[in-house]
Ligand binder design. Structure first.
Ligand SMILES: O=P(O)(O)O[C@H]1O[C@H](CO)[C@@H](O)[C@H]1O
Ligand SMILES: O=c1cc[nH]c(=O)[nH]1
Length: 233
């Protein structure tokens, strides 16, 4: 057991899917994995291990924001030997041509994270996806008939910004969408020499104001799960 994950040694696979929402972790385990067994309920942050087409895979909720995902990613890598981490999350589109329910592969990530600002004082680190995983995910998506957007996303520490137009600067520089964890995930994966990729589905649109319901976010964004699972099978 680690401080925040109640799993026995060996109970977590080397490949882990990471949704922010623990109920999405449960949904993935129940609908996409065979013989899934729960290994964590600490803080209600569900974790399960099962099989997808014979490949042993775990799925672990991470909570929201870099501080929360960093706790799980640190413990998964350093205490459970996890080697491949794929975030399956939601995001807000910053571009007219990136529509609600589109899937994005985060090739790189911009951020306003104070955690990385403290980690690299006076310097700027550019967190990026693992190239092999990115390539495999793009190929897997093509085989599934899905054409994901690929590019730069924004990881923000803040969901409710004081300035409602804060995102427009990022949008002007081609950033596709905003979420809250990928900069932390990619930075820790680089630190520990393991593979990471973020696949996100657009749940709402900052340009048009469109939005999806919590239930849709939990249960209908299945393309990204299929891409993630086909990537690592
Ligand atoms: O749906 P998840 O994976 O939680 O991702 C997005 O949703 C949350 C905000 O509503 C943040 O965690 C953001 O990154
Ligand atoms: O972090 C997030 C996720 C979805 N939509 C947003 O605007 N931000």
């Amino acid at each position: 057991m680690s401080i925040h994950i109640g799993a026995k040694p060996g109970a977590i696979a080397e490949t882990v899917l990471l949704p922010g929402d623990p109920l999405r972790a449960k949904f993935i385990a129940e609908n996409f994995l065979e013989d899934a067994v729960g290994y964590n309920e600490v803080r209600g942050m569900y974790g399960f291990t099962g099989f997808y087409k014979g490949e042993r895979i775990s799925v672990q909720g991470t909570g929201m924001g870099i501080p929360s995902i960093s706790i799980y990613v640190n413990e998964l890598i350093t205490q459970y030997g996890v080697k491949r981490l794929i975030r399956t999350g939601t995001c807000g589109s910053l571009q007219e041509n990136v529509k609600v329910k589109d899937v994005i592969l985060a090739m790189a990530v911009s951020h306003d994270s104070n955690i990385n600002a403290q980690r690299f004082p006076g310097m700027t680190y550019a967190p990026t996806a693992d190239f092999a995983l990115l390539q495999q995910a793009y190929a897997a998506a093509a085989k599934l008939g899905i054409k994901p957007k690929v590019g730069n996303v924004l990881t923000s520490d803040t969901f409710y910004h004081d300035d409602p137009d804060y995102w427009k600067r990022w949008a002007a520089y081609g950033v596709l969408a905003v979420e809250m964890e990928t900069a932390g995930l990619y930075t820790l994966a680089a630190k520990y020499g393991v593979q990471a990729l973020t696949i996100v589905t657009v749940s709402d649109h900052l340009v048009t104001g469109e939005a999806t319901t919590a239930e849709e976010r939990q249960t209908t964004f299945t393309q990204m799960m299929n891409i993630a699972l086909e990537t690592v099978k």
